[in-house]
Every structure is written in C-alpha cells, then in structure tokens.
Design a protein around this ligand. Structure first.
Ligand code: KG4
Ligand code: ZN
Length: 354
C-alpha cells in the first residue's frame, strides 16, 4: 500500500510517497522562503501561485525518482485545511484530479492531524498518547485517542508559540523565517544567566489550572525591551542574541510547565496507557524546547517522542502517512470535499465520512 501525499497549506510545496511498512519512499519539499522574505512573512497570493507553478513537476519528480507509477498507488492524500485557502485549493485540485483520472481513493487530510500522527510513522507508537502540537498557528495539548479522535485539553488563548517566535524575530530585526533564525541568534548568547537577568520576561499561565496557553503578553514585554534597546544603543548583535535566548528559554519553560500539568491529567484520565508525551509541529524542531520537554517528561515519569526536526516542520510525508492511516480504516473522502481554512482537530470525531 503506497499513498501519495500533497502539502500546500502554507509556504511549502511538498510531495511524498509513504508505504504501509512506514517507509518514506520520497520526500520532496520546495520552500518558498525566497519568495516571501522581502515581505517579512507569507503572502497568501504569492504562496498560492507558487504552489500552482511547482506542484505538478514535484509530483512527476517524486514518481520518476522512485520508479513508482500511478498504477502502484493505493490512494492520494492532500491537505484540505486548516491553512491558506488558495494553497489548499491548488493541492486538493491536483489530488482530486489524479484520484478521478486513476480511479483512486482521495483522502482529505487535516494538517493538524497529519502533524499529530507523524510520531506513529517515525516511532510506531500506540494510542492513546498526550500530544503537544506547536506550530505557526496552533499551540494545543491534546489526547490522541485514535485516528480522527482527539480530545482537546487546552489551547492558546491568543498567539501561538510559533507566531510569538515569528513576531519577536520581526521586532528584533531577525530575518524571515523568524523561528529558526531566532534559534540561531539565541545560540550566539555567551552568558545565559546575564541574558535572563537583563531581559526579565513574564511566564505566561505559570501555575494556573488547566492546559491553556497565552503568549501575547510575552510579545508585548519583548516589544518594551526592544524599544528601550533602540533608545539606548540601537539593536546590537549581543542584545539580539541575549534577548533571543531569554525569549526561547521562557517559551521552552512555559511549554514544559504546561506539559507537566497535562501529563498529570493524562495519567488520571488514562491510567491504563503508557505514559507518553509526543510533540509535533514546526516549533518542536527547536532544540531548547525539545530539551525542556524531555526534562518535564522525565520529572513526570513519562517518555517523550518527537519526530526528527525535518519532519516537525511542514512536509508531505505526514500528509501521506495520515492518508494511509485513514485509508486503512476506509475513511476516504468524496471528490466534492471542500477545503476548510479553519478545521479544528477536535471536530474530526463528529465528522461523517463516506
Ligand atoms: O508546523 P509548521 O511548519 O507550519 C504550520 O503548520 O504553522 O510551523 C511553523 C512554525 C513557524 O512559526 C516557525 O517560525 C516555527 O514553526 N519554527 C520554529 C523553529 N522552526 C520552525 N520556532 C522555533 N525554533 C525553530 N527551530
Ligand atoms: Zn504545520
């Protein structure tokens, strides 16, 4: 069983082939960073047009390089939301066209579910598990109970963690893409203790009950620091490195603290389950955050599984795998399925499939 996956929900045009033995046969990702860099963020119309320009040739490249014919495929999976509407339409139309022409099942994949299921591809883990989903638009703690069945424990009340990284980077003049470049800036920090005392930042939601997050206050505090820096000295490299370090540390510790709380809830709700914390999404590529989650898990007696960094950010391997998991359960989608720019993970369980 081989599934072709298509990802076009944001600024990566990606195509992959994955089989039921959990082998990644092809993994092509065309980043549009250069197209958006001048604007300091993703421009939806530019993204959609770039997907349109490159998707067909990526699909052909994927099949050519692996020597796999359309005839060998068992299904076509395309991200159908949440995401930017133009890109979703491009990816879904390509996927549906192949499915219709080749008489193959089409699977409309929820991008968040694709992130959520990636650790089952890389680590073969069983349900249920506790999941921290941290991406550009989402920060959520979820109990993954089965394919299409997710219980939301908490989510951000304002900005997502990735959004906080991106906005902070912009404030500090760190070039797009903000998150990965801010991590690089933080690695230049020479005196961590001094950086933390020079730039005190609030710990959002620390000690509060529940599993919600809030990152907008952090961004406001950061803005105050950058403004005072500008008045003082203009932003110098050391200040950027130190402030990046302070921000990254605060976000990592906040995520670790909220996860510790969620681990206790998970254990109460699922005493029968293996104590397992899983993280997914672009922000989970951050080394400091991975270390903070590992530490929090250790303290709670949980093991932690995070996909390799290349599979944390957007890719089509996760879409092909989610498609394959759904196909095995006969959860296929009709060809008149519409894209859903907003499509919360926890609503999947109430959806009717064909
Ligand atoms: O999952 P993803 O690739 O796309 C969405 O579904 O949103 O996540 C993108 C987010 C962006 O906010 C990006 O800045 C952030 O993940 N990100 C990082 C790192 N790599 C990506 N944030 C911090 N450190 C990183 N190394
Ligand atoms: Zn994503």
């Amino acid at each position: 069983m081989i599934v072709l996956g298509i990802e076009t929900s944001c600024d990566e045009t990606a195509v992959a082939l994955v089989d039921a033995d959990r082998q990644i046969l092809s993994n092509l990702v065309l980043s549009q960073i250069a197209d958006h860099a001048a604007f300091g963020g993703v421009v939806p119309e530019i993204a959609a047009r770039a997907h349109l320009d490159h998707l067909d040739s990526l699909i052909h490249q994927s099949l050519r390089e692996t020597g796999i014919d359309f005839k060998a495929l068992s299904g076509i999976a395309a991200t159908s939301g949440p995401g930017l509407i133009g890109g979703l339409i491009v990816g879904m139309m390509a996927g549906k066209a192949i499915a219709a022409a080749r008489n193959l099942p089409f699977i409309a994949v929820n991008h968040l579910e694709a992130h959520a299921l990636t650790p089952r591809l890389t680590e073969n883990i069983p349900f249920p598990y506790l999941l921290l989903l941290v991406s550009g638009g989402h920060t959520q703690l979820v109990i993954a109970k089965a394919v299409g069945n997710y219980d939301l424990l908490g989510a951000t009340r304002d900005d997502a963690a990735g959004e906080c990284f991106d906005k902070a980077a912009k404030l500090m003049g760190i070039p797009f893409p903000g998150g990965p470049n801010l991590e690089k800036a933080a690695q230049c920090c020479l005196d961590p203790e001094q950086a933390l005392s020079r730039f005190p930042l609030p710990r959002p939601m620390e000690g509060r009950p529940g599993c919600d997050f809030s990152f907008s206050g952090l961004k406001t505090a950061l803005r105050t620091h950058t403004e005072s820096l500008r008045r003082e000295t203009d932003i110098c490299q050391k200040a950027v490195a130190d402030l990046s370090f302070a921000l990254e540390t605060t976000i990592a510790q906040t995520l670790g603290g909220r996860c510790a709380h969620a681990m206790r809830i998970f254990r109460e709700k699922h005493p029968e389950a293996a104590p397992l914390l899983v993280a997914a999404g672009g922000v989970a590529a951050n080394k400091t955050i991975r270390a903070a989650l590992a530490q929090a898990a250790k303290e709670q007696g949980f093991s932690v599984k995070i996909p390799p960094p290349a599979l944390c950010g957007d890719n089509a391997v996760m879409v092909a795998w989610a498609g394959l998991e759904r196909l095995r359960l006969d959860l296929v989608s009709p060809l008149d399925t519409l894209p859903q720019p907003r499509w919360p993970l926890e609503t999947l369980k109430s959806e009717k499939q064909t």
